[in-house]
Design a protein around this ligand. Structure first.
Ligand SMILES: C[S@@+](CC[C@H](N)C(=O)[O-])C[C@H]1O[C@@H](n2cnc3c(N)ncnc32)[C@H](O)[C@@H]1O
Length: 235
């Protein structure tokens, strides 16, 4: 298993099956990120994100890593898990700039409320590493992208699951659920229509939308006016 150190904390990169992962400890946190993802987030340091919201904390490793990497003024994590992450709660005990929300589904109103309460002046970086499902991820984007500042970033991890060999059988997990690639396609087409999306970076691990000028509106997901009367294939 790979590991690295940042700011005195050891991070164990555990990207395998959840039942084989460790539990975070005060000086050693589990982080579910590949080398390429780690490089990507290091690359974002050039934008110095100071207000950060992460959806999907798992064992808290990514949240602690963002704290060490970006030294944010406000850092918020949200997860549906009900049981607090003991090591993370210990870590943030003397750090009032970090807030955690447990027992919250990403696509529910509580996500928007947590963002509004903590980021009255907008968000520099959102990381959605939660359900990886199309509907939930899209709803979360609709709620949080309007709060991202111009020049800020919105990252969605693990959008490629439906194209991997393990998901090709009709009896595989999520076989009946729409692929996340639908959302990526929608965002790419939306970028052709409005400067509110300045650019989109896509790689095998994640997609990152950079906010541009103007106001994002949910209706922008209605792409019917720019598809020449054709419809998008649902993957
Ligand atoms: C891949 S893990 C997050 C890994 C973590 N960001 C890291 O890099 O170490 C996904 C997390 O999302 C949470 N999650 C899954 N579905 C969710 C949903 N619908 N709403 C909120 N959290 C969800 C899970 O409980 C889990 O903790």
């Amino acid at each position: 298993m790979k590991k690295f150190k940042t700011g005195g904390i050891t991070f164990l990169q555990e990207i395998g099956s959840p039942d084989q992962r460790s539990v975070s400890k005060p000086d050693t946190f589990v982080i579910v990120k590949t080398d390429a993802m780690i490089d990507f987030y290091r690359h974002l340091t050039q934008y110095s994100p100071k207000t950060i919201m992460e959806i999907g904390m798992y064992e808290g490793g990514s949240l602690v890593w963002y704290d060490k990497l970006y030294k944010p003024s406000k850092l918020v994590g949200l997860d549906l898990r009900r049981k607090p992450i003991v090591a993370l709660e210990e870590y943030r005990a003397d750090k009032p700039h970090i807030a955690t929300y447990y027992g919250r589904y990403q696509d529910k109103e509580g996500t928007r409320m947590a963002a509004r309460q903590n980021f009255p002046d907008g968000i520099d970086l959102v990381v959605d590493d939660a359900s990886h499902l199309y509907e939930q991820t899209k709803m979360t984007f609709k709620m949080l992208f309007p709060m991202v500042r111009a020049g800020g970033h919105y990252v969605i991890e693990n959008w490629t699951w439906s194209h991997r060999p393990a998901y090709q059988n009709t009896d595989s997990i999520w076989a009946d659920l729409p692929a996340m690639s639908n959302l990526v396609l929608e965002l790419v087409i939306m970028a052709s229509q409005s400067p509110v999306i300045e650019s989109i970076h896509v790689d095998r691990g994640l997609v990152c939308v950079r906010k541009g000028r103007g106001v994002f509106k949910e209706e922008m997901f209605d792409l019917s006016g720019c598809l020449r009367g054709k419809s998008l294939t649902v993957l």
